[in-house]
Design a protein around this ligand. Structure first.
Ligand code: RIB
Ligand code: CA
Length: 325
């Protein structure tokens, strides 16, 4: 029994790794991909998703999302992911323009087509899920579960001093999503920075992925290696040394397997008006708000076990499947 998953992503280097992982996972059927503006403009995100879907043989609709956040001006992260979103990688042109439906519509129609079964996976800003909730407020009860890469709970941010990228790009959307899913049959799982930053790609990790590219000759393997070289250069320039924090794949793998981390319930909300803290995800550790927990936050990550699993799954995914456009 395969798990239907809708992936909403701002591809992006770690998004691309997560998509490859999911495309090759034997227990997963990607039921839809939504291209969200974030790391780069939505047109570049969509092009990346279309090309990856074709090269990986993902048989699912790929829909373009909104070009900008709900109310904020769009900010992108060309320095982090490269001007086209995949660092130094050179991609062929996609042969299709994707599904004509808007991203929000694809969320709604895919959830309705799989009542109670669809796993929603948000690896970028929450703009399109927030728009989907406006179209159909029943989404929290239609989804099997929602898994989010986002936030930083009592942990420094990576975008502002207290804010994480996926939340900081569209804080209003994130706040609306958390509010809408409060009281859902299953609390959303939140993979925030203090969890995902334990996953550190090193030169050894990069070498193992290069080995996969050499052995398989799969174009996506080369795309991921070339993309990661940019990501390493960014982290080095940011003072972290020759490494990369790879966020999205951990949340994707936990969504599918339930492994590599534990969770703890917590009441979390998003700061919208802070002069210094806009976009911060605030966790009420001591219950001062008197609110029931509304998310399950990833904790106790086992990074080495996860990285070994990820690299093996990438090797399996790239040893077969489509190879050319
Ligand atoms: O803060 C990390 C997140 O922001 C990841 O999803 C990365 O792809 C960027 O979107
Ligand atoms: Ca992302």
């Amino acid at each position: 029994m395969t798990l239907p998953v809708l992936v909403d992503c701002d591809t992006g280097i770690d998004d691309a790794i997560a998509l490859t992982y999911l495309a090759g996972h034997p227990d997963v059927r990607i039921a839809g991909v939504v291209s969200s503006a974030g790391n780069v403009e939505v047109a570049a995100v969509h092009r990346n998703n279309l090309v990856l879907a074709e090269l990986l043989g993902i048989d699912a609709p790929v829909s373009r999302g909104a070009a900008a956040p709900l109310t904020a001006d769009l900010m992108t992260a060309d320095d982090t992911h490269g001007p086209q979103g995949l660092g130094h990688a050179h991609l062929p042109e996609p042969t299709t323009s994707g599904d004509p439906r808007e991203g929000a519509q694809l969320w709604v129609e895919t959830a309705r087509a799989h009542p109670g079964e669809l796993v929603g996976l948000v690896l970028g800003p929450h703009t399109n899920l927030a728009l989907a909730l406006e179209l159909d407020p029943e989404l929290p009860r239609l989804l099997r579960r929602l898994h989010i890469m986002g936030g930083a709970i009592n942990h420094r941010g990576n975008t502002g001093p207290t804010s994480e990228w996926n939340i900081a790009v569209d804080p209003e959307a994130a706040q609306q999503v958390l509010a809408a899913f409060t009281g859902a049959p299953q609390r959303p799982v939140l993979g925030s920075l203090e969890a995902t930053e334990t996953v550190r790609f090193t030169s050894a990790t990069l070498s193992r992925l290069q080995g996969t590219a050499d052995r398989t000759g799969h174009p996506v393997a080369t795309i991921l290696v070339d993309a990661l070289r940019w990501y390493f250069e960014f982290h080095q320039a940011d003072g972290f040394g020759w490494m990369a924090h790879v966020h999205d794949p951990l949340v994707a793998a936990h969504a599918v397997t339930g492994g590599f981390a534990r969770t703890r319930p917590l009441a979390v909300d998003v700061e919208l008006t802070g002069m210094l803290t806009r976009g911060q995800t605030v966790g009420d550790e001591l219950g001062r708000w008197g609110r029931a927990p509304n998310v399950d936050v990833l904790t106790d990550v086992r990074p080495e076990e996860f990285i070994d699993h990820l690299l093996q799954m990438l090797q399996d995914a790239l040893s077969g499947g489509n190879r050319s456009l």
